[in-house]
Every structure is written in structure tokens, then in C-alpha cells.
Design a protein around this ligand. Structure first.
Ligand SMILES: C[C@@](CO)(OP(=O)(O)O)[C@H](O)COP(=O)(O)OP(=O)(O)OC[C@H]1O[C@@H](n2ccc(N)nc2=O)[C@H](O)[C@@H]1O
Ligand SMILES: Nc1ncnc2c1ncn2[C@@H]1O[C@H](COP(=O)(O)OP(=O)(O)O)[C@@H](O)[C@H]1O
Length: 304
């Protein structure tokens, strides 16, 4: 239900959600098709959002603050809370809406490795924007959310809806994709951070062809893996040159009988393996056992 007061539509109804899952963004394919005058690269990418992510919880408080915990919380120990994308997102949206900074105690459980090519920080920022929008007490126009998201980072707009999208432009030009067939996905990171700017800088070729046209529908899993086989991640080679462990991860994944396709996501170092949904648990367990130093996480669907 929506009513109006002098400041715009006021929302009535159930209390705003307190918890957001900030899903990992996985680039199933990523072509670098050019470079803008400002140095940002033009991309053509197919991104999906499995049910693997950080968790952001909001509790009423006297003032805004953020606590970071979870298995990868320590990786952000050198990032002061004010520099964390969560607080930057909250302040940016409050500013754009000309509303007071919300008094919330935010708790971020960092379950995704940091600087790992699956957009954890961007997902956290988008989760914070969704939380603040739901606490704003009025409808927040989608254009405002998108504009604030884009100013926080190229990957943040796609993380707002956290639904499968084709990403073009610098990642901000978003289009829907055909429904995805049942496929499981396992993420593997060798626990070595990779800095995104360094990978783009190390690229040899910046004017690659775009993704092949997407079909109207993928008949089955084989149709999607067949489509993906004709695509690449153009950042894989430069990332691997900076972080040779990526090559080791890919070699291990590609040697598994259950794996239909393995590739790096984003600017690395996280790689993904696609397999039958029923094989996800066994593959995850096998990889964890054989490589206890790696981070391994599985999802029975590309998009929950
Ligand atoms: C490569 C991608 C693919 O989805 O994913 P990640 O590896 O970060 O997960 C993204 O484009 C990353 O997006 P995001 O991490 O939000 O980038 P930003 O913070 O805006 O930019 C970080 C730096 O990456 C480079 N950059 C980023 C995006 C882009 N389209 N071209 C670029 O050249 C620029 O050097 C920029 O200074
Ligand atoms: N909430 C956050 N989670 C992760 N990184 C963050 C966060 N806030 C700020 N950062 C900064 O953003 C950088 C990129 O992080 P991240 O989004 O994890 O990379 P990627 O998109 O490559 O997975 C980190 O090195 C860190 O300094």
C-alpha cells in the first residue's frame, strides 16, 4: 500500500527486511570489446548470481555503524568501516534522497573472498542500497538506485537485482537473458587476492569481438555449455600471468569427469565449474578434501 504526504509516496505495510543475501556475481563469459577515453573498458558479459554470498543484517541503533565478521572478515581489516562499500553505499543513497543518514547497526558476514572476481564488495554495496531503500519509508525510484549504484562501482548496478543479465558498456548497460537451464556451479578460489585494475592493465588485446547472439531459449544444459564454449573470459590470461595459481585451479577443474566447463570469473582469481545439479555436493567435497587451502563453494543452480 502506498499513500502520499508532502515529501512523496509513503509506504505502509510489513516491516522492512532486516537481512539481505549479497550474492556472488559470476561472469560465465566476459569479452573485453574496447576501451573508453577515461580508461574504463567496454565489456560484453553474461553474469549469474548463485545462492552463495555475504550476509548483511540491519538492526535499529542510535547511529550508523558497521561490524564486519565471518570467514573473510579479517581480509578487510585494513579497510576502515567508512571505506567499506557498505557504509559508502548507505551514505551515498541517503545523500541522493536528501534524507538523514539512517541510524542502523549493520553487520556484514563476509563469506566471499575479497578481491576475487565475484564482486563481493559490489554485492555488499547493492545489498546496503536495498536495505536503505526498504528503510526509507517511501518508494525509491529505480533510476536513483541505479545512478547511486553506478557511482559506487561498475559492477554494483547488476548486483542490485542480482538476477542473470547480459552486461555491456562498462558493465552498466544491462539486458535480460533467456531462462537458464538446470546446471550446478562450484566456485573455487586459491585464496590469493587479485587487484582488478592490475588485470585490466595487463590485457594484451582490448578490441575483441562481442559475445555471440544469445538464443531465445536454451533447450537444456548442453545448449548453454555449448554456447559458452564459443565464448571466453578475456581477463583469464592476464590474471593468470599475475596469479599463476589460477592456472592450477583451472587445470584441476578441467580434469574432473563431472565438470562440463570451467573458467575464471571477472578479473579472478575465483574460477567456476559447471556440472549437473546432482553432482555439486560430491564435486565440492572432493575439491575441498584434495585442496584444503582453497575456498570451495557449491550451488545446485546458476540462479536460485
Ligand atoms: C571485472 C569485473 C567484471 O564483472 O568484475 P570483478 O573482477 O571486479 O568481480 C568488473 O568489471 C569490475 O567492476 P568493479 O570492481 O565494480 O569496478 P570499479 O570498482 O568500477 O573499477 C575498478 C577498476 O577496474 C577497471 N575497470 C573496471 C570496470 C571496467 N568496465 N573497466 C575497467 O577498466 C578500472 O581500472 C577501474 O579503476
Ligand atoms: N564490503 C566489501 N567487501 C569486499 N571488498 C570491499 C568491501 N568494501 C570495500 N572493499 C574494497 O574493494 C576491493 C574489491 O573487492 P571485491 O568486490 O571483493 O573484488 P572483486 O569484485 O574482484 O571480487 C577490495 O580490495 C576492498 O579493498
Amino acid at each position: 500500500m502506498t499513500e502520499r504526504d508532502e515529501t512523496g509516496p509513503v509506504r505502509r505495510g510489513p516491516p522492512p527486511p532486516r537481512v539481505q543475501l549479497a550474492r556472488a556475481k559470476v561472469n560465465l563469459a566476459l569479452h573485453v570489446t574496447g576501451r573508453r577515453a577515461d580508461g574504463y573498458h567496454l565489456l560484453d558479459s553474461l553474469a549469474v548470481f548463485p545462492a552463495i554470498g555475504d550476509v548483511l543484517l540491519a538492526e535499529p541503533a542510535d547511529q550508523l555503524d558497521l561490524a564486519v565478521e565471518g570467514p573473510f572478515g579479517a581480509e578487510l581489516r585494513d579497510t576502515p568501516p567508512e571505506a567499506n562499500l557498505v557504509l559508502r553505499a548507505v551514505r551515498a543513497l541517503a545523500d541522493a534522497l536528501a534524507m538523514p543518514v539512517p541510524a542502523l547497526h549493520l553487520r556484514l558476514t563476509k563469506r566471499l573472498p575479497v578481491a576475487s572476481g565475484i564482486g563481493g564488495g559490489s554485492a555488499d554495496a547493492a545489498a546496503a542500497l536495498r536495505l536503505v531503500a526498504s528503510h526509507a519509508g517511501r518508494d525509491v525510484p529505480a533510476e536513483v538506485l541505479t545512478r547511486v549504484a553506478a557511482a559506487l562501482g561498475a559492477d554494483v548496478p547488476v548486483c542490485l537485482a542480482q538476477a542473470a543479465r547480459r552486461m555491456r558498456g562498462i558493465g552498466d548497460d544491462l539486458a535480460p537473458v533467456p531462462p537458464l537451464p538446470p546446471l550446478g556451479l562450484v566456485l573455487v578460489n586459491p585464496r590469493q587476492p587479485v587487484a582488478t585494475p592490475a588485470v585490466f592493465k595487463a590485457l594484451q588485446t582490448r578490441d575483441n569481438p562481442p559475445l555471440p547472439d544469445l538464443p531465445e531459449a536454451f533447450a537444456d544444459a548442453r545448449a548453454l555449455t555449448g554456447y559458452l564454449a564459443a565464448t571466453r573470459n578475456d581477463l583469464e590470461a592476464p590474471a593468470q600471468a599475475l596469479c599463476p595459481a589460477i592456472g592450477e585451479v583451472l587445470e584441476v577443474l578441467r580434469a574432473q569427469d563431472r565438470v562440463a566447463l570451467a573458467r575464471m570469473s571477472g578479473s579472478g582469481a575465483t574460477c567456476f565449474a559447471l556440472c549437473a545439479p546432482g553432482d555439486v555436493n560430491a564435486l565440492t567435497n572432493d575439491l575441498q578434501r584434495a585442496h584444503p587451502g582453497w575456498w570451495v563453494a557449491g550451488s545446485p543452480a546458476l540462479q536460485a
